[in-house]
Design a protein around this ligand. Sequence first.
Ligand code: ARG
Length: 412
Amino acid sequence: MTKRVVLAYSGGLDTSIAVRWLMENHGVEVIAVAVDVGQASEAGGEDWDAIRNRALATGAVEATVIDARAEMAEDFCVPALLANAKYEGKYPLVSALSRPVIVKHLVAEARKHGAHAVAHGCTGKGNDQVRFEVGTRALAPDLEVIAPARLWGLSREESIEYAAKWDIPLSVTKEKLYSIDENLWGKAIECGVIEDPWNRPPEDVYTMTRPTATEPSEVVIGFESGVPVSVDGRALDPEPLIAELNRTVGSYGFGRLDMVENRRVGIKSRETYECPGALALLMAHADLEDLTLERDLHHEKLRLEPRWSELVYDGLWFSPLKQALDAFFAESQRHVTGEVRLRLDRGQCWVVGRRSPVSLYDHGLATYDASDTFRHQDAEGFVRLWGLGVATWSAVQEGRAVGGAAVADSNR
Ligand code: ARG
């Protein structure tokens, strides 16, 4: 029987050529698998029928489209939200979150079709190859991974010639100036003029954050145990909730990032992102934690969050430390329940209010007015003991005590 390979297929130039290239160079049958993780949202979604037909016309023996939008939202975006995940403090891991979803489906399809390998269209310079391969090895250590674009050594022009030679149908609109990767959690835009980190990204790179709203407004996001469950009091599942926030928050032009980031493969790259829904949700979720998390738990969580983001960025979604951190974060969220009020106005989104039935904010303790319940006399002894160590150090080792008085005396 001819060997079979399951290819992660996007419908673009590289994965289309990969179908033919795998057939010619590996003598295999290709099963093209396209995974819908919520890309092309502003266009109302991809034309999946066209993508499927292109794979078949290119030579795939089978082409499948998998709707993974709800899974992407619930099993990937939500855990990222619980972890307040931002790589290098900024990037909410857009592409890094979709790769493990795709990997899960590639492996399942490989099993279903008795394939010996999976393949992807990534080049050797990016993070996505790392995520595809490390993810596949974690879920199916016996499967081979083939990366045609790393092997064929074709320039962009040669790729187009190759496509012409084999009558590979291409959608012209796909071959644009930028390299774009998109899903429910946002959009990454690379290449073209923005490869020069000094160049301002041209306005036309942005599609999710075109500022069309003219009047300021507010949006209230409800959370239950850290999971976003409502918008303005309307209950929504994670996928429609994120999609709706992408639209409303994006219409204020909020959610753009322009950064230089450290790729896993040692390259610094200039990255432009649009993540309106993700950044608004991350802001609201972190704010609700300020209100509901006990101090030690909160501080420890803040220390672990960057580690989670690094693991996921580095392709270790399926790994024991990441799993253990997920368990910690899930436990930390038991009381992260309540509502956060966001204000939207001209490119800005910020928190203007928060409330929770299990808030740790105690007005009686915090207030400076007559309803004050704080026992002021307790503070004096607390502060004296708190400072005792440094007072002793200062007197004995720094010689700062006036007239040689010992600290112990002044404490009696
Ligand atoms: N630098 C980002 C990341 O590593 C974005 C990658 C975008 N991928 C792409 N094929 N254009 O997550």
